[in-house]
Ligand binder design. Sequence first.
Ligand SMILES: [Zn+2]
Length: 484
Amino acid sequence: MILYNTLGGTRQEFVPHEAGKVKMYTCGPTVYHYAHIGNLRTYIMEDVLEKYLRYAGYDVLRVMNITDVGHLSSDADTGEDKMLAGAKREHKSVMDIAKFYTDAFFSDAGKLNIKTPDVVEPATNCIPEFIEMVQTLMDKGYAYFAGGNVYFDTSKLDNYYVFGNMNEEELQVGVREDVGEDTNKRNKNDFVLWFTQSKFEDQALKWESPWGLGYPGWHIECSAISIKHAGEYLDIHCGGVDNAFPHHTNEIAQSEAYLGHQWCPYWFHVLHLLDKRGKMSKSKGGFLTVSLLEEKGYDPLVYRFFCLQSHYRKPLIFSFENLDNSVQAYGKLVQKIMKLSKDGAPEFEAAKPYQDKFKAALDNDLNTSLAITALYDVLKGDIGDATKRYLIADFDRVLSLGLLEAADRELEKAAKAEAEKAAQQEKALEEKGLTKAWVEEQIAARAAAKVEKNWAEADRIRDLLLEQGIVVKDSKDGATWEIK
Ligand SMILES: [Zn+2]
């Protein structure tokens, strides 16, 4: 599989550290508010990557943290504590806020068919691991204590800007809210590993440490949680592109200083979701959530489909008009699938070229829009319905669009409507003192008369029925009737 690697800035053949196994890490949500659909675009694309690696035969371990402590509103260790801000806003405790928004995150992820990672670890579960890592960095001379906090010393590294190929604008995203210089820092990019001097006197969560009562910096949690569960050699680290600097840059700095060797060779970054105002973010207010889409009548899986229609490395422009186009396209796919017969058995040989095309699309830097084209090819293909249904289910192991399920739901709805109509019809006939069998007998007699070219008899029966309020309609498949 070819993947674009932000580390080096080129498309590269993906080769895991251990043959057949992939260890993946995903930066999880900071649970102080609902996830907006821009964040969820990143999780959707990471989910597709994970599922495709499994589809391609790899044994995948995916780890994700939950940031429930220590993430300031600026990634440059300044600004407000996000968790505390959430607690104040809603007059709840930090722990209640964390629990509520962790549940909300997984509920939204579930509606988008995003699989829960194999390991989900809240930062507050791993305080001893953070302390051990910070202590080792102190012992190795990569960290220093100043003004009550422990800092990572970026001047100890030969190459701190590992994503140097990223443009200046991308690098600046993470430091946009920097308010005031921290005079304890020896170098501009040094970052806090452990806080004891918090600006927030009411910081709710604090732990004992060799440096005093305090709490971890944000960056340390991802390194420590990843190494705890995925070991010293991680294969792919994922996240939104705004995390590349400083968050991922700092993760690499501290992990490699701690381990003494390269930590993770592949970095997968998903580009932003844009709206009219630019990058979608919570700080701008009025951000879009899955619940809001549902309130407006959109199926969350249509949003997933919308995301899959474009490449993860291109900014995606969101508008309701664009989403409506996806609603149309998704609906048409479902209608086509509804028409497929459920009889027969799939022909695996005939399916193979379609699977090859699907794989080629995703092997090409996870080109999901081409993978969807492969899905359209299946529906247009000169293959049996059973093979089509088999392929749709096969592709959905990766795409997770729920198309077969949606088609089944629609068929069920149609059958229910049909049954209701039949019941109403029966009731109406009953009121007229007639039975369905009698009507069908007349219809059959009329068809027989028509075969014999006895038009007078055919018309007589039609009029007889009409007197009872029963209208006969002729079509190429025979006559149908309904009660006026
Ligand atoms: Zn992270």
